[in-house]
Write a protein of this length. Structure first.
Lengths: 161, 388
């Protein structure tokens, strides 16, 4: 049941506890307890809202940056990751397999800001060897949500047997 | 003016129109109607399945297939039945592809029934069985399945219905409209009756994949009943492929040969591109089934809880995507109830009486709708009940 509850919350952080309880065939008390426990254990690490900024008047720029780095003695990649993650403009940071070590996603107000981030905040970190910045041109799907909904759903008949 | 009535086959002329026709007509003309009346899943067919149909068309695979359907599809279906339900059928001889489960119901009944043969039909039941039995000049013998028994078929009821003229019984578990299921032990209780009386079992298992918290059991899983059983199934409900119209029959070779006789003259073969889509579904669609299953199960939990909260006594069905709450507390017939509900609250449900006289006092509610739609419907239903 825990996995099912987490999947539902992952899809919709604002789902009502009463709805969760009904969908999972349990009671609200149990759901509340489980959520609290998950928050305490940091299984639920946070709640976020997916915003399609394109539909607002606010411009924002997002980029993915591939970072290659040298592991440090004793620490591996964790120390360097901690430094990168400490910058608030870094939205997500992953250690990945492949040609580079890290992949990060950054949100900023302008391209200039991202360029500055790379030049002045990211590149100088000891151990960072190269960076490759990929500006996000268009978002199609974020965290399981399609960014452009509202296309006609194929219609079903009103009643069938 | 020609008098067409006289020219129409008597059986067809007397056939009652489906019990939802009237509601469909009213609902279609009204604005703002919410319907929980649909008997098909609300997912769009998974893309890899749609792609397989498109690819077949692109490649020009647009000719007739063998009457019984593509061998590759039959092989995949037999693999699927073995993998998921532990039943072994030979793709050559014991499996044929039909135009939806609907065609399978039609040709099986026509192939079996002689005038006057009796066909036992546990009710409330899916609406197509009885008219087709009657069209084949068979006689429907209804057997009641009761709410207090979880809408299961009981041995005593079956026993009472059997006569020397009994040819077959049609079962449909998980059930449309009740959502009831039968388990291994439930079937075991019927085994000797079926065996001793030499009855064929037409087992419509179209909702098999929507069996909640339990594994679907076919009556053919009882070894001595396998040869008596004609399995009808299809791709519509498990993979949300209703519009493709692909169903199939699994049965003993001598039976399939007879079914195919009718099929070859009336249908030739099921739609070729749909057959290719079905191959993709059977081969790589297990994950699609799991996702839809979980979503249906959650919505079932939700709607049952809500219906009980607003005062409609509803048992937790173990299959399909319907609930079948009793409306007896309102002292209305199911027809009245649905008519007034549609009139006052713009909410369309299917009256239980559409599924046979044993459905009277109930309504069928489909939960193949988004949670938002279900919520809105519950609000309307609650307001309606309060107004009575």
């Amino acid at each position: 049941m825990l996995k099912e509850m987490l999947s539902l919350l992952e899809k919709n952080a604002r789902i009502e506890v009463t709805d969760l309880a009904a969908l999972l065939n349990t009671d609200e008390k149990t759901v509340n307890e489980q959520i609290r426990e998950c928050e305490e254990k940091h299984i639920i690490a946070g709640y976020h809202t997916i915003i399609n900024w394109d539909n607002t008047n606010t411009e924002i720029v997002k980029a993915m940056i591939a970072v290659s780095s040298t592991p440090e003695r004793d620490q591996g990649y964790d120390h360097i990751a901690e430094i990168i993650a400490s910058y608030p403009e870094v939205a997500s940071l992953y250690l990945v397999s492949g040609r580079t070590e890290f992949m990060l996603i950054i949100n900023a107000a302008t391209m200039r800001e991202i360029a500055d981030f790379v030049a002045h905040r990211l590149a100088p970190i000891e151990g960072v060897r190269t960076t490759e910045t990929m500006f996000i041109l268009k978002e199609y799907k974020v965290m399981g949500e399609l960014m452009n909904k509202g296309k006609d759903k194929p219609g079903r008949l009103l009643m069938t047997l | 003016m020609m008098i067409f009535d006289e020219l129409i086959n008597k059986q067809v002329r007397e056939m009652a129109p489906s019990g939802i026709r009237k509601f469909f007509d009213i609902a279609s003309t009204k604005k703002g109607v919410i319907s929980l009346g649909v008997g098909e899943p609300d997912f769009i067919t998974p893309y890899h399945i749609r792609e397989a149909a498109m690819y077949a068309i692109k490649c020009g695979k647009t000719f007739y297939t063998a009457n019984v359907g593509l061998l590759e599809l039959r092989k995949e279906i037999c693999n699927y039945y073995l993998r998921r339900f532990n039943l072994s059928y030979n793709p050559v001889g014991e499996c044929m592809i039909t135009v939806g489960g609907s065609e399978a119901i039609d040709i099986v009944l026509r192939a079996l029934i002689n005038e006057g043969d009796e066909v036992i039909l546990p009710t409330p039941s899916y609406v197509a069985y009885a008219p087709i039995v009657e069209l084949s000049k068979g006689k429907v013998v209804e057997v009641t399945m009761r709410e207090e028994n979880g809408f299961k078929l009981q041995r005593e009821e079956l026993q009472k219905a059997i006569s020397p003229k009994t040819k077959a019984i049609i079962i449909n578990f998980p059930s449309n409209p009740t959502g009831g299921i039968m388990e291994y032990d439930d079937y075991l209780q019927l085994a000797d009756l079926i065996k001793e009386n030499n009855i064929l079992v037409i087992s419509d298992e179209i909702y098999a994949e929507l069996t909640y918290d339990k594994k679907h059991v076919s009556i053919a899983n009882i070894p001595e009943l396998k040869e008596n059983t004609i399995i009808i199934n299809g791709f519509s409900k498990a993979y949300s492929m209703t519009g493709y119209r692909i169903g199939y029959i699994l049965a003993a070779e001598p039976l399939v040969r007879m079914f195919n006789k009718i099929h070859q003259y009336t249908i030739m073969c099921a739609c070729t591109s749909s057959q290719f889509a079905a191959i993709a579904a059977a081969k790589n669609g297990d994950k699609d089934i799991e996702e839809m299953y979980l979503s249906f199960k959650q919505r079932r939990n939700y709607i049952v809880k809500e219906l009980n909260r607003i005062g409609l006594k509803t048992h937790l069905p173990e299959g399909a995507f319907y609930v079948f709450p009793s409306i007896k507390s309102t002292n209305m017939t199911s027809n009245q109830f649905c008519e007034e509900l549609l009139e006052k609250e713009n909410l369309a449900l299917v009256p239980g009486s559409a599924f046979g006289k044993d459905g009277e006092g109930y309504v069928r509610i489909s939960y193949a709708y988004s949670l938002a739609e279900i919520k809105q419907a519950i609000t309307r239903l609650e307001r309606f009940l309060a107004s009575l």
